[in-house]
Design a protein around this ligand. Sequence first.
Ligand code: MLT
Length: 276
Amino acid sequence: MTAFEIDGARIAYDDTGSPRPGAPTLVLLHGFPLSRAMWSAQTEGLARVARVVAPDLRGYGDSTSGGWPSGGDAASLDRYADDVAALIDHLDADWPVVLTGFSMGGYIAMALLRRHPGLVDGVVLMDTRAVVDSEEARATRLKMADKIGEWGAARVAELMRPNLFADGTPDVTVEAALPVIAATAPETIAASQRAMAARPDSTPLLGQIDKPALVVCGEHDAISPPAEMRSLAEAIPGARFVEIEGAGHMAPVERPDAVNVTLRNFLARVSSEVPR
Ligand code: MLT
């Protein structure tokens, strides 16, 4: 693990894999309320073909929050996107840079494409959504943000559990993810929920994505269902859609081999299509 400082926070990240010139750099953004630990199978499985960089987003895992959001600051996903942009700058990465965002990480990847479009050469949107929340979903997020101090993060792990994994996922896989949620700081959960509740509709962005794009979704994803993700892919010019058989929302954890093959093929595509 290594770290860098940005606007009062220390952002921790794993930086592993192939340092050979010309190897792609794959940046992996985790979901809510998880950490870079969710990418361990990708970090390990793709290290021979790419430099693999997995940060803990602000306030998560080994990263600090730097007191964000404080005072009159409104929590916004743009804060995370700007942190990731600073990380990519800091990496001084070799060409090409491929950004992968899982679920909340996908919302952040879309914010980064809006704010820093020149920083990445390809994008993977995984088990995520472009549309805004329904009124009901937004109210649920804001209630959790208000109550998390009383509830504690372990309750969030139990609330989320039924929607994360496909039926039949081995207990050992589920039991590895839940403690990561339960260990997340309540202030971080509140900040992310407020930021996600306030996120803009990214649908208009999709048609403007002018770089290679891949959309990946678990066959049984209950949070960002395949039919919705297929439409998301259809709205991005030239994007490919891949459904991961047997997986739920946590596709990269549940079916790491299938996800790694998909990512490896995409990295090869970006390397061959994107001019230096
Ligand atoms: C995630 O996995 O990041 C969350 O389920 C996203 C969300 O709450 O919309």
